[in-house]
Design a protein around this ligand. Sequence first.
Ligand code: 3PG
Length: 217
Amino acid sequence: MTSPSPLPASVLDLAPVVPVVVEDAGDAVPPARALVAGGLSAIEVTVRTPAAVEAIRRIVREVPGAVVGPGGWSPPGGQVAEVVEAGARFLVSPGWTDRLLEAMRASGVPFLPEVSTTSEVVAPLERGVRETKFFPAQAGGGAAYLRSLARPLPQARFCPTGGIGPDCAPDFLALPNVGCAGGSWVLPPDAVAGHDWGRVEALARAAAALSAGGTCR
Ligand code: 3PG
């Protein structure tokens, strides 16, 4: 058993890539172990079933170095306390409301509300929240959209997620207002189904080494 990692100052600066682990796809510990071995320590775990909280708890206990944050969960209140008690070191919300922002702020754990339009970026800024998850990143305008927000809203920073792959991630990472890119490409469904953790570790290693300058194909 390991102690929970310290709380990060910023979710966006933990790693260039934050993989998304789907907790209902089976035991979340082996994929988390492979991701951390490959150099991706910050892991978003989707909360879609009651088993998710236990999945977070087990990753925290059994995977040294993992920094786990729930994402994709439904609002709000008690579930925030539950996932934080389970060891969540950051929170990612699907969309946001004032009630949800308040619950996440009250937790004391760094958080990323999800946004997809300019107004949704401005409203959290008004409430003192500068860092958000831009979702769905590719369908919502891609790197070009975020680039166009950098000048009018220089204080906003993003973790774009949704439809991003290794070819496109560097386009996002090159932007001044992007701290990391999120996605599930390091966990291909066939590798997860076949328990091919060596492949997941190799994909994580490649993702951890990504830097700015690629092109979306
Ligand atoms: C999420 O929950 O953030 C997305 O499912 C991840 O998006 P992707 O599967 O397109 O990478």
